[in-house]
Write a new protein. Structure first.
Length: 190
């Protein structure tokens, strides 16, 4: 298990020297047995990241973090864990494991993009439903307004012609008043 896989395993002694490396570790940093991490001639950012973590683990802290660095010119993300190895209360070494989680991070990013697209689609669907509801409401309002306006328009035409009796004229004015109240109630309800 230690020799294969898509992860690196190393063990450091109490002085921070390499005691064990699996093949992916040898491929990444070269043969390092008996050397300290700072003696490997690695880029300074890698030395700082790994070196600081090794020192924290040597002082007894469990170190877990995600680190990104170039592997064969391509950025890769690793789940980086350094665990103190103890003999009783004394830290006698450090076990380090780096697991390449780049595919997981890429899947996570793709999932976030898909989620964003889904949210945008849902918002568009809600907007469409709102517009449909607004259109239906406008049609209902137009219908409800046209009826009283039609009655008022007919009454005004009759009154303008002047061909109605005094009694009929009073009834026509009442129609106008009733239809105006109906429109006022419609507007208030809206």
């Amino acid at each position: 298990v230690v020799d294969g896989g898509n992860f690196r395993v190393v063990i450091f002694d109490r002085e921070g020297r390499y005691l064990l490396q699996n093949p992916p570790s040898v491929k990444r940093v070269g043969t390092a047995l008996g050397k300290r991490f700072s003696e490997l001639g690695l880029p300074s950012e890698v030395q700082q990241l790994w070196g600081a973590g090794v020192e924290r683990a040597r002082s007894g802290e469990l170190v877990r973090e995600e680190l990104t660095w170039l592997v064969d010119g391509t950025p890769r993300t690793f789940s980086h864990s350094l665990s103190p190895v103890r003999d009783g209360d004394e830290v006698v070494g450090v076990l380090g494991v780096d697991i390449d989680i780049t595919p997981l991070k890429e899947s996570e990013a793709a999932l976030r993009r898909s989620l964003g697209e889904l949210e945008a689609t849902q918002e568009a669907l809600v907007r469409k439903k709102q517009l449909v509801a607004l259109g239906e409401m406008a049609a209902i309002v137009a219908h409800e307004v046209r009826n009283p306006l039609g009655s008022i328009s007919n009454v005004v035409t009759l009154l303008q012609r002047g061909m109605v009796s005094r009694e009929e004229e009073r009834e026509l004015w009442q129609v106008i008043a009733d239809e105006t109240k109906r429109l006022d109630l419609l507007v208030a309800n809206l």
